[in-house]
Design a protein around this ligand. Structure first.
Ligand code: M6R
Length: 362
């Protein structure tokens, strides 16, 4: 049941530290600086040259996040929306296709994975459900171990997907020649081990409820970010529209000036997600400035002492850690923001209108 929580969504947001403990248990061996995935022994990915990450909705955003983790290691990786995969992707027999799907039953994703397999690709699924169609049909499965998710809005499964994909990425990076291993795997794994505590800190200290109240009843809500933070911006907007029914959009921060800026007014709060990369962040800060000049309130989602804080109208704080995990922590703040905004509007948070937990038609 929901226990002491008003909604499954809030319970599942709060369950993230435990879910992530389960996700990494026995897999991230910080003391010897290694990642061990039982079904993927060293050498598994030796023959692959290209990685395609495929999913829908929130799972697509996790795929986008992982695309960045892989390309940072000089691996050719691309995230695709499953429903567009056939139209866009070139699949060969050295392609590794990673199907990201919480339920393992999403029709668009299953169909993309089937066609990839027909083209000779190796198909791995990253899923929460043991015995799901995706797990049965794929060549191999990595289970994210987040525990059952009841709320239609995916929350803890996004975090567990990102971390599972990060672990898988480390295995891929160490198998593929020409790839650049993470410059400090030890510190990456240490900070991964600390991630459940960092999420706890966000959950205990968040100002998301106050900010949701302060910016309730505006015209539209924009979310911007670069790289991993672009994935988080898109995920923040998806969650927001899904459960509040308010108009929300997530943009690559640099795209704002190429059109969406025409919509920006003093009634369109802009949530700017930062990644801790100075060069990227200073550009995102400029983009946020362009919105503020048009009167928009800017809410910075960033670590303490970040350059954006003096300038922003409000701040959702993210604990300082390795850049790989900052986006995940920012996303927890945005989950809470959506939850509290929807709660104030009295929306049926766990079962939003027109939506189903698993979408079994194309
Ligand atoms: O079960 P899946 O991960 O394949 O589901 C994909 C999407 O339908 C799902 O993430 C959807 O976008 C969520 N309701 C978003 O919160």
């Amino acid at each position: 049941g929901k226990g002491t929580y008003d909604h499954y969504m809030l319970k599942e947001i709060n369950h993230q530290p435990t879910a992530l403990d389960n996700t990494i248990q026995g897999r991230a061996l910080a003391s010897d600086g290694r990642v061990v995935l039982e079904d993927f022994p060293p050498g598994t990915f030796h023959d692959h040259r290209t990685v395609h990450l495929v999913g829908c909705g929130t799972s697509y955003h996790a795929a986008m996040y992982a695309e960045k983790l892989l390309t940072d290691g000089d691996i050719q990786a691309d995230a695709y929306r499953a429903s567009e995969y056939d139209l866009q992707a070139e699949v060969t027999d050295d392609t590794l296709v990673v199907g990201v799907t919480q339920s393992g039953e999403t029709a668009d994703t299953l169909s993309a994975l089937r066609s990839a397999k027909e083209s000779g690709a190796t198909v791995v699924t990253v899923t929460n459900v043991v015995g799901s169609t995706a797990a049965r049909e794929a060549d191999n499965a990595l289970f994210i171990r987040a525990g059952p998710e009841i709320g239609v809005a995916a929350t803890k499964t996004f975090s567990s997907q990102v971390v599972s994909l990060a672990l898988l990425s480390q295995c891929i990076l160490s198998d593929i020649e020409d790839a650049t291993a993470h410059e400090n795997i030890q510190s990456l794994l240490n900070s991964l081990q600390a991630l459940p505590d960092h999420i706890d800190r966000v959950l205990e200290s968040t100002r998301a409820e106050a900010i949701a109240r302060r910016y309730a009843d505006e015209e539209a809500y924009f979310f911007i970010g670069r790289g991993m933070a672009n994935a988080v911006a898109k995920e923040g907007a998806l969650k927001f529209k899904e459960i509040t029914y308010e108009h929300a959009e997530g943009f690559a921060a640099g795209e704002l000036k190429h059109g969406p800026l025409a919509l920006v007014t003093d009634r369109t709060p802009v949530f700017a997600v930062f990644t801790g990369d100075e060069e990227q962040d200073s550009k995102t800060l400029n983009n946020a400035r362009e919105a503020k000049t048009r009167g928009a309130p800017v809410i910075s989602v960033a670590p303490p002492d970040h350059d954006s804080i003096g300038f922003a109208d409000a701040h959702l704080e993210v604990p300082d850690t390795n850049p790989e995990w900052l986006g995940l922590l920012a996303n927890v703040q945005l989950q809470l923001l959506s939850y509290h905004a929807a709660d104030q509007l009295d929306r049926p948070i766990d079962k939003p209108r027109n939506l189903a937990k698993s979408v079994t038609v194309e």
